[in-house]
Design a protein around this ligand. Structure first.
Ligand SMILES: Nc1ncnc2c1ncn2[C@@H]1O[C@H](COP(=O)(O)OP(=O)(O)O)[C@@H](O)[C@H]1O
Ligand SMILES: [Mg+2]
Length: 381
């Protein structure tokens, strides 16, 4: 960069930095995408090789049987040389010999294919690692970027009372995005890649075996149907449409009904007191999210038999309580440990903080866990 191009105000420095970081973020995204594509290609190749290994093993099986027969015949022929013509003898010998060579070649091929398979499998693992690193770096860059942008804006908005919440919210948002990215990557994206692989296999089948191809097509259709369900689930988790349209109560009722109908091990009770009127949407969303995360944890960690969600309104005071009778956990140790992968509880705390409420998480071994949230409703929307 030329000396006279040096930026001269701090704003320009920050702006330039933001630009650079943004371009890095894009590069990183390119790397991720390329790695993902590579992974998909490797998986297609892997599938082909796995099929080839199966074919070779079958062929080898067959050939080895034939070879054994040929050897037995050769043995017989050489024991009773007088009963055979010279041509018979030569023939038996040659057959046994060729088969032996073929078996050896095929065994080499098998070894070769297995080596290729191992190498590809190793590459898949490495790619996964690469992707995870890129994802993490992307999130950190995202956070840094948002920090920089906030600082830029702050000069005019220094008296914004929510300013100190900014950083926490941003980190929570980035984490949420990362979680979502991962969910889409492991779910729908993987599913699409699988469908491509199966479609390719199906295409090949059409030349060989129409009936089988049709069967495969049927399976692909079923697969797509299941994947569509998964995608709908992700969309629903993002923001249930009913939450905006119908409100918290019908959305919760429906969710609990749906979960209880799914025959999971946990029975969920919903207890709503004085909630006929709708709440301003920030509160409805907050309550819904807190319940969602609490239920996630109950299903994932608690081994509970029953869970109870209780929401109570007294004028502008809302109390939300989520209790389970599961195995409990040492919450104090969790917060000091700080290195845990999960940020579900942290997210809850941040959310409650955002709406100016209080949260209490208490858990006792073999008795269960109770999360209590209390806040006051202020303002209209
Ligand atoms: N209802 C619960 N019952 C038992 N253990 C729980 C419950 N909720 C949370 N935990 C424990 O607290 C940890 C942190 O939870 P969370 O922050 O949501 O992260 P994650 O669910 O991703 O692990 C969990 O890993 C689990 O050990
Ligand atoms: Mg969790």
């Amino acid at each position: 960069m030329a000396a006279n191009k040096l930026p001269d105000t701090i704003e320009q420095v920050i702006e330039k930095t933001i630009e650079t970081i943004e371009s890095c973020k894009n590069d990183l995204l390119d790397i991720s995408l390329a790695t993902q594509q590579e992974s998909d290609e490797i998986r297609i190749k892997l599938m082909e090789i796995k099929q080839e290994v199966i074919d070779v093993i079958d062929e080898l099986d067959d050939l080895q049987k034939k070879e054994k027969l040929a050897r037995v015949r050769l043995l017989n022929v050489s024991k009773n040389l007088r009963d055979y013509t010279e041509e018979d003898i030569r023939d038996a010998y040659e057959k046994a010999n060729t088969l032996q060579v073929k078996v050896r070649l095929l065994k080499n091929k098998e070894k070769d294919l297995i080596a290729q398979r191992t190498a590809l499998e190793y590459q898949v693992v490495k790619n996964k690692d690469k992707l995870a690193k890129a994802e993490k770096a992307n999130m950190q860059i995202g956070i840094a970027l948002e920090y920089l942008k906030i600082d830029l804006g702050n000069e005019e908005k220094a008296d914004n009372p929510r300013e100190n919440l900014g950083a926490k919210v941003i980190i929570a948002q980035e984490k949420e995005r990362l979680r979502l990215a991962r969910e889409i990557h492991d779910g729908p994206a993987q599913a699409m890649a699988n469908i491509i692989i199966r479609a390719e296999y199906c295409e090949k089948l059409f030349d060989k075996n129409i009936a089988l191809a049709k069967q495969e097509l049927q399976k692909i259709k079923e697969q797509i149907r299941t994947d569509l369900k998964d995608i709908r689930k992700i969309i629903y988790n993002l923001r249930p449409m009913t939450l905006d349209d119908l409100g918290l109560v019908p959305t919760l009722t429906r969710m609990v009904e749906e979960l209880n109908g799914r025959q999971t091990n946990v029975k969920i009770n919903l207890d709503l007191v004085n909630l006929k009127d709708r709440l301003p949407s920030v509160y409805e969303v907050a309550i819904f999210r807190i319940i969602q995360e609490a239920l996630n944890n109950i299903f994932k960690h608690s081994e509970a038999v029953t869970a109870t969600i209780k929401i109570k309104r007294e004028r502008d005071l809302i109390t939300l309580e989520i209790t389970d009778d599961g195995k409990g956990f040492a919450y104090e140790q969790l917060t000091t440990g700080n290195e845990s992968e999960g940020f579900g509880l942290l997210g809850m705390i941040e959310r409650v903080d955002l709406i100016g409420g209080e949260i209490d998480i208490s858990s006792e071994e073999n008795i269960g866990t109770t999360i209590t949230v209390e806040f006051r409703i202020t303002g209209g929307k």
